[in-house]
Design a protein around this ligand. Structure first.
Ligand code: SAM
Length: 253
């Protein structure tokens, strides 16, 4: 090995060790994300095996502009980038999510950008429009699910993929209904966390009805586990290539 090879190997070891320290310094991780050989974030949820096979994400996202709503630590954003997305914009309303996203982003050398933004504040003026909107695992966290869907319709010029937890009463499967949780509910693999940010558990019929009533079209079920969750695919009535916001107008004018 030459001197310069030794120096650059030492530098990359130091950089990786710095990334590992950043990961270790966090006291909570939601998603397991592989950041390198033997280097995985210690999340309690493994989206690679538990979600990715069921969430309808197309294999080829070449050239697409993707919006990842409620990105958490960014598993789906980084996956979209891997599948060829030209630009990935991620938003999350929780500051810690965005900080952990940025730790992963640095370790992966990703170009995806995470904004500390509430879904209610997503507008075409600020964020442009998107070929693909991922709305995974957020609907039941919202006090105002219809408002969120309305905002997403405004920025979607292609497809939305929506995943949500559901509550199905077997006697009322044909009635659009949603159960309200005023004080949150148990969350985590075995219900070990109390999550005060869970408000609504719609049934399957209700998720479809909400999506259609906002104006999404061709709403179809990708995956349904009737007692637990559902994944839907829906098309925007406006079909056009996603476009970045006009920086001469957005977002200040
Ligand atoms: C259950 S996690 C889902 C993460 C990821 N989409 C997935 O499916 O693995 C929900 C995420 O949505 C974020 N979130 C909740 N309410 C939100 C809102 N109003 N606007 C944006 N993000 C929100 C939370 O901070 C959290 O990171």
């Amino acid at each position: 090995m030459t001197n310069s090879q030794t120096t650059s190997a030492t530098q990359s070891e130091e950089v990786e060790s710095w990334h590992r320290e950043q990961v270790d310094a966090e006291d909570y991780w939601f998603q397991r994300i592989t950041l390198g050989p033997d280097f995985v974030t210690p999340g309690w949820s493994d989206p690679e095996t538990e979600k990715l096979p069921f969430y309808g994400l197309p294999d080829d996202l070449t050239g697409m502009r993707v919006l990842d709503v409620g990105c958490a630590e960014g598993f789906f954003s980084f996956e979209c980038e891997r599948r060829g997305a030209a630009e990935v914009v991620a938003i999350d309303s929780f500051p810690d999510s965005v900080r952990r996203f940025n730790i992963c982003k640095a370790a992966l050398g990703s170009k995806a950008v995470a904004y500390l933004t509430n879904v209610y504040d997503v507008t075409p003026k600020a964020f442009g429009t998107f070929d693909l909107v991922l709305f995974y695992g957020v609907l039941y966290h919202l006090r105002h699910p219809l408002l969120a869907l309305e905002q997403l319709l405004g920025v979607c010029t292609g497809t939305m993929l929506l995943q949500t937890a559901i509550h199905e009463d077997p006697r009322l499967v044909d009635t659009p209904m949603s159960r309200f949780y005023p004080f949150g509910m148990a969350s985590g693999k075995s219900g070990e966390y109390h999550d005060p940010t869970i408000f609504w558990m719609p049934n399957r019929k209700c998720v479809q009805a909400l999506t259609e009533s906002i104006g999404f079209q061709d709403v179809e079920v990708v995956t349904a586990n009737d007692q637990v969750c559902i994944v839907l695919r829906a098309r925007s009535p406006v079909q056009a290539p996603g476009a970045a916001p006009d920086q001469t107008k957005a977002p200040w004018s």
